[in-house]
Design a protein around this ligand. Sequence first.
Ligand SMILES: Cc1cc2nc3c(=O)[nH]c(=O)nc-3n(C[C@H](O)[C@H](O)[C@H](O)COP(=O)(O)OP(=O)(O)OC[C@H]3O[C@@H](n4cnc5c(N)ncnc54)[C@H](O)[C@@H]3O)c2cc1C
Length: 349
Amino acid sequence: MAEEAYWLGAGAEVRKGTLADFTALIDEGQRQIIADALAMIPRAVDPTVGGITERDQLSLQQRLDEIALDDEARSANESVWVGHVNAPLNEVGLSSALRWASAAGGHWPLMHEASATYRVVGGMSGFTAAIAADVPGDIRLNSTVTAVEHDATCAVVSLSDGRQLRAQRVVMTLPINAVDTIKVTPVLPDAWVRSNRERVASQGFKVWIKVRGRLPRFFAYASQHHAISVLKSEFVEDDHTILVGFGADHRAIDITSVEQVNAALGVWRDDLEVIGVAAHDWMKDPLSQNTWMTHRPSQLTRDLSELQQADGVLHFAGCDTADLWGGFIDGAIESGLREARLVSASLAT
Ligand SMILES: Cc1cc2nc3c(=O)[nH]c(=O)nc-3n(C[C@H](O)[C@H](O)[C@H](O)COP(=O)(O)OP(=O)(O)OC[C@H]3O[C@@H](n4cnc5c(N)ncnc54)[C@H](O)[C@@H]3O)c2cc1C
């Protein structure tokens, strides 16, 4: 096993530490941010119940600014949160941090472990293939929906190739940011129109980076204002190392450019040679326009329950509508099960 290293800070301020140094550096900030998670959201499955109704207008930055931290601890804590919420911290609701913390029982190391440590055995392709294998009906890939027209009894779904499908129920699973790419008649409920116009907070990126040589296992944190705030080794081989990086703003860097990614790593070390990058700018993908969803201040308590309400035969699922793990795959599954039960019950009556 390679040596472990933690690189903290940026530019001339960068220093190497141990896991214990790093944990000590962020512990106070992490604990204070999530200290009241269980008072704010006592049951993570009911994320709009509790003190959060009084504090949902706060951004994560506003809450961080209330906490006394020295510059290095502040910068490290802010970077940690960028890695989680993938948004500028003044644009993301405190609620997004508190939901994660509440789901992990208010314990920050467990929250980090639950959200960023484990991999799905067989990878996500194997996982989705297993879900698809359970579907008895047709799965139509590469079929872009352009319109949904519905009335009291059925819906007609129009595809970009001109085909139309008639259904008794439709479950729409688009991310909030992308729903306006479909013409829905009658128009979508207010919460969908409002939050789509406003956009959710998440707007960052994840990038895989291949660098020459065998590096020690490490975590590195710069600041929330650097293009890449968080960098971590994932796969260490003899002649190369695969890193993963996260940043708050997808516009700050072209994550498909070896040169730009190489330059961004320069804040930690100037001897790293990037030999490949793999990334998709999800914010620019018209069918997504989002990464893993985090809310802007007030969006959670204002919109979530309305986003979950069916509009006649048109139902809504997707991780943006989940109670427990909003923004996660678990939340997408949770919401799918929720709507499947409702559709099934309504068709049985
Ligand atoms: C870089 C990155 C890393 C992530 N890491 C994790 C992680 O470690 N763990 C985790 O739990 N989650 C992670 N997530 C979040 C996870 O991907 C989402 O929670 C999950 O994909 C949400 O599923 P969904 O079905 O709600 O939405 P989506 O996966 O966005 O599915 C919506 C689907 O609708 C399709 N669509 C959109 N418009 C149309 C249209 N007009 N016609 C037809 N189809 C359309 C899209 O192509 C897409 O397939 C990550 C996300 C990103 C971007």
